[in-house]
Design a protein around this ligand. Structure first.
Ligand SMILES: Nc1nc2c(ncn2[C@@H]2O[C@H](COP(=O)(O)OP(=O)(O)OP(=O)(O)O)[C@@H](O)[C@H]2O)c(=O)[nH]1
Ligand SMILES: [Zn+2]
Length: 372
């Protein structure tokens, strides 16, 4: 069913988005990255990876500020220049007086240190002006790099970045992630579903590949039984009891295999609801301190759910599927596919709780609208 395998377009490396990929890589290595906008721009350095030498290199001719998300600023009670910080996607520029050195700045970025590090203050923020779009791009880039969404920043003219990227190319990254190329398909007999074909997709942002497991022989003209599964290394592979991912994965494979019409499981590389493995483990550290799964994400500076199901819709479209029976309790998944023209009916997919995940499941029901 669906499209044949096709190679990535030969000119892909020439597109601006590939420079953005290099910028992600540089940021993840703790290097200085330039974000060039129409009105100048910014040079940035990841707040979690900076050390004395890299910060000194960034600050060659002036003090760097810290750009954090409105979510993190709200947690730290840093006044945003605009009201309603929580609903406001605008990043916040925190000025750095002398006392806000490397360790104190890291504590601004990393909430796992909130309890251990008595935060000094008061912090002052300054209004974003000509650097507003570059600040948005800085947060986008840090999130795409699966780093804490916090960066040191100086005007671009004041630093020597290892790579400079146009802000527009960075802001286009989330959309590029959903520009998937069907890259390989093969038989993959699974213990729970021997009649399975795996179909691999490369996303256009250079990120990790996503899989479709086509089980049996689904008829794309009919509604297809579908499960969207976001990766959870701890639950899927290690058998963590903190969440319901592992049991949901295996129950979905078994249910699709038992369905006379078969179906499709999409295995999406959206670890930690899109914040990445290390940030998810930071969220777990916050949960050890008593915060629930939603507050843990927002304390880290992220949205409660950073996933975008445009990607899943694009994979289903490429497989020729236009109508799905979606195994989920999450209304965002239903809305996410419907927004891209798929006809969606929901099939509940609840697992029995265990003593370790009962609170997590309750939070998903009470605060994220999960239909449990
Ligand atoms: N940030 C964060 N992510 C988590 C936590 N626990 C599990 N996850 C991630 O949450 C995602 C769960 O994905 P799914 O099971 O596909 O989806 P769901 O939103 O629970 O919705 P359902 O379709 O009803 O299961 C995976 O990416 C996990 O890695 C947590 O405490 N914090
Ligand atoms: Zn999980």
């Amino acid at each position: 069913m669906g499209q044949a395998v096709r190679p990535c377009p030969a000119d892909r490396d020439l597109r601006p988005v590939s420079v953005a990929e290099a910028a992600i890589d540089a940021l993840r290595r703790g290097r200085i990255v330039g974000l060039a906008g129409p009105d100048g721009g910014l040079a940035i350095l990841s707040a979690e990876l900076a050390d004395a030498a890299s910060l000194a290199a960034l600050e060659g001719s002036g003090r760097a500020g810290l750009i954090i998300t409105a979510r993190r600023a709200a947690v730290l009670a840093i006044t945003n220049q605009r009201a309603a910080a929580v609903a406001d996607p605008e990043p916040v520029w925190v000025e750095r007086p002398a006392w806000l050195g490397l360790d104190a700045s890291r504590a601004v970025a990393d909430p796992v240190l909130d309890m251990a590090t008595p935060l000094k203050g008061p912090f002052t923020s300054r209004a974003l002006d000509g650097d507003r779009v570059a600040a948005l791009a800085a947060i986008t880039l840090a999130k795409q790099a699966a780093l804490l969404p916090a960066v040191y920043a100086v005007p671009i003219a004041a630093a020597a970045p290892v790579v400079t990227v146009a802000v527009d190319a960075v802001l286009a990254l989330p959309a590029a992630a959903a520009d998937v190329t069907l890259s390989s398909r093969a038989r993959l007999p699974l213990a729970q579903a021997p009649d399975t074909e795996v179909v691999a997709f490369r996303p256009g942002d250079g990120g990790p590949e996503h899989l479709a497991l086509v089980i049996g022989d689904p008829n794309p003209v009919q509604p297809v039984l579908v499960r969207l599964h976001s990766a959870c290394l701890t639950g899927d592979v290690l058998g963590s009891l903190k969440c319901d991912c592992g049991p949901q994965l295996h129950a979905a494979l078994a249910a699709i295999a038992a369905n006379p019409g078969g179906g499709i499981l999409l295995y999406l590389q959206q670890e930690g609801r899109g914040i990445g493995l290390i940030n998810k483990l930071r969220a777990y550290a916050l949960q050890d301190q008593g915060f629930d799964t939603v507050d843990a994400n927002t304390r880290l500076g992220f949205e409660p759910d950073e996933r975008d199901f445009t990607l899943a819709a694009a994979m289903l479209h490429q497989l020729g599927v236009g109508s799905v029976q979606l195994m989920t309790n999450n209304p965002l998944k239903v809305e996410g596919l419907a927004a891209h023209g798929l006809a969606v009916s929901r099939v509940p997919h609840s697992m029995a709780p265990n003593p370790h995940n009962i609170g997590y499941l309750g939070t998903k029901r009470d605060r994220q609208g999960h239909l449990l």
